[in-house]
Write a protein that binds this ligand. Structure first.
Ligand SMILES: Nc1ncnc2c1ncn2[C@@H]1O[C@H](COP(=O)(O)OP(=O)(O)OP(=O)(O)O)[C@@H](O)[C@H]1O
Length: 284
């Protein structure tokens, strides 16, 4: 089966500035992938290239198609929501549902209504009368009701409170995702998506720093809190990062067996946000 997304030496320049500096990427179907990076790292630029919203240099195929040249074809099986997406303010929620039903053959009206039934969004109100968070919920309901192979979510939960963010991600898993679908998510709320991701891509200054499954990360990255008398011995094992807070030292290790660390102190798995900090702050 062809890869869902394949990129080789993907580059994108804005004048003299290179936002993507030669990205290689292989993404298979049936994964939920977090694209994580600091502000300005190139996440949205990468997503825009995948969606055919921008031209680029290098090789890129999404479901076997070159996205920029064959965007219309690609969009039949791709669904996308971004933090800047807008809905017409004069429409009521139900009119927005009618509209998407009219233009998208893979839209399931009942599903959208079902998602919204679980929220406080009134179907008969105009978009302009809704709160910011409610508008996001309408967007998400519309998008999740489309049976697309690839769902791209660029900061999908901006403006949602923490309860609704959690609800959204659990709905995404329970009601939307299956092994034929692939979801790409960018967000700065890394810890909130950690549990739903199957894979993660870290991007820094237009380059991919790491692409791993969550399982690989939990097998290869650890944080050690060494006991005071073991700090020097732990340091000698070459931690990727050392931090001391309130007299407690934390060391991040990569590719050291857990058994080698355990006799030096407490060992735990590294959270995605701590891995992000480690990858972004150590030398490129
Ligand atoms: N149209 C454009 N013209 C010039 N520079 C651009 C343009 N779009 C993006 N850039 C630059 O490319 C770089 C990557 O931007 P991008 O929006 O992809 O970052 P990001 O990782 O999505 O950041 P954030 O987390 O802040 O949304 C930034 O330095 C940005 O200033």
């Amino acid at each position: 089966m062809t890869k869902l997304i394949k990129a080789r030496n993907l580059r994108k320049s804005f004048g003299p500035f290179e936002a993507l500096k030669g990205v290689d990427l292989d993404i298979e179907r049936g994964h939920i992938i977090g694209i994580i990076g600091a502000n300005g790292a190139g996440k949205t630029t990468l997503i825009n290239a995948i969606l055919g919203l921008t031209d680029y240099d290098g090789e890129l195929e999404v479901m076997g198609l070159p996205p920029y040249a064959q965007r219309d074809e690609l969009m039949k099986d791709v669904c996308f929501i971004s933090d800047v997406a807008i809905l017409p303010k004069w429409m009521t929620v139900i009119q927005a549902i009618d509209f998407v039903e009219g233009v998208h053959p893979k839209f399931d009206r009942q599903k959208a209504i079902h998602f919204l039934a679980d929220t406080t969004v009134p179907l008969n109100k105009k978009i302009r009368q809704l709160s910011k968070g409610m508008i996001v919920q309408v967007h998400l309901a519309l998008v999740m009701a489309i049976d697309a192979s690839l769902l791209v979510l660029d900061e999908p939960t901006l403006g949602l409170d923490i309860l609704n963010r959690k609800k959204f991600y659990s709905q995404l898993l329970e009601d939307y995702f299956d092994e034929e679908k692939t979801i790409l998510i960018t967000t700065h709320q890394v810890d909130e998506i950690e549990n739903i991701l199957s894979d993660v891509i870290f991007i820094r200054e237009g380059r991919i720093m790491e692409q791993s499954s969550m399982e690989e990360i939990s097998q290869h990255w650890f944080v050690l809190h060494p006991t005071t008398d073991n700090i020097d011995a732990a340091r000698a094992l070459g931690p990727q990062q050392v931090q001391s807070t309130l007299g407690r030292t934390a060391m991040v290790f990569n590719n050291r067996p857990r058994s080698e660390l355990e006799h030096l102190g407490d060992v735990s798995r590294l959270s995605l946000s701590d891995l992000f900090v480690t990858l972004m702050t150590r030398d490129a």
